[in-house]
Write a protein that binds this ligand. Structure first.
Ligand code: 13P
Length: 246
């Protein structure tokens, strides 16, 4: 079970310090893995603040080259250097706002894996594709074109674009079907068993329903991970879910 918090371009030094103080008062379980993805400028800072807690930190993206004349980019080696375990690659906001296509995403993911980062590779369809019944086909194409080699220990995050930040969520059945299909597709093409996180409008209210879905292995949370109380409520729900299913 994995709870991942994508802070996107939010919070600052002061709010991160406050967040970490609350985390330090909380009793974490060793059953649920968790990773926070702060803005790049604060990854190192957060990592130092929570170094004694069982929480990983990760980058929200990285470049496909490990060094060179790439102004404004972040090397996967830098992420390793400052203690990152994970990196998110192919988030739909990178795809749409920064024109990262499947080809580039595959290069970025491969480079991250080659540097020993664990990748969370994001996929997900638009509302238009969902309505037209093309969601599965769209996601399969993304997987086919983005999946790097040696994807063991990595995750897929299924994040339907229309669900991100909107409060709209696919039905339980739709999530289960998509996750099942992603797992089967990856197994068929690479022989690797992959874990799949769900992302899109996850919050402390709907988390129980989402974790009840059999092919969901965790969640990638955006907005609801910005308040420490909400983040910890989601984390606690994951721990209770595991205890219940034991
Ligand atoms: P929200 O949880 O704010 O919908 O964002 C989801 C997301 O994009 C996580 O990467």
């Amino acid at each position: 079970m994995f709870i991942a918090a994508n802070w996107k371009m939010n919070l600052n030094k002061k709010s991160i310090l406050n967040f970490s103080k609350q985390l330090k008062k909380f009793k974490f379980s060793n059953k649920v893995q968790t990773c926070i993805f702060p803005p790049m400028t604060y990854v190192d800072y957060l990592n130092e603040l929570i170094s004694k807690l069982p929480i990983s930190v990760g980058g929200q993206n990285c470049h496909y080259k490990s060094s060179g004349a790439f102004t404004g980019e972040v090397s996967p080696k830098f992420l390793i250097d400052i203690g990152c375990e994970y990196v998110i690659i192919g988030h739909s906001e990178r795809r749409t706002l920064n024109n990262e296509d499947n080809n580039e995403i595959k290069l970025r993911a491969q480079s991250a894996i080659d540097c020993n980062l664990k990748v969370i590779l994001c996929v997900g369809e638009s509302q238009n594709d969902r309505v037209k019944g093309l969601a599965r086909e769209f996601v399969e194409k993304q997987l086919l074109q983005c999946l790097p080699n040696n994807f063991e220990n990595c995750y897929i995050a299924y994040e339907p674009i229309w669900s991100i930040g909107t409060g709209l969520i696919p039905t339980k059945n739709e999530i289960n079907e998509m996750h099942k299909n992603i797992k089967e597709f990856i197994f068929k093409t690479t022989n690797i068993e992959t874990k799949v996180l769900y992302g899109g409008s996850v919050n402390k209210i709907n988390i129980n329903d989402i974790l009840d879905i059999s092919n969901v292995d965790g969640v990638l949370v955006g907005g609801s991970s910005l308040e420490v109380k909400d983040f910890l409520a989601i984390y606690t729900a994951a721990v209770k879910h595991l205890v219940k299913s034991e």
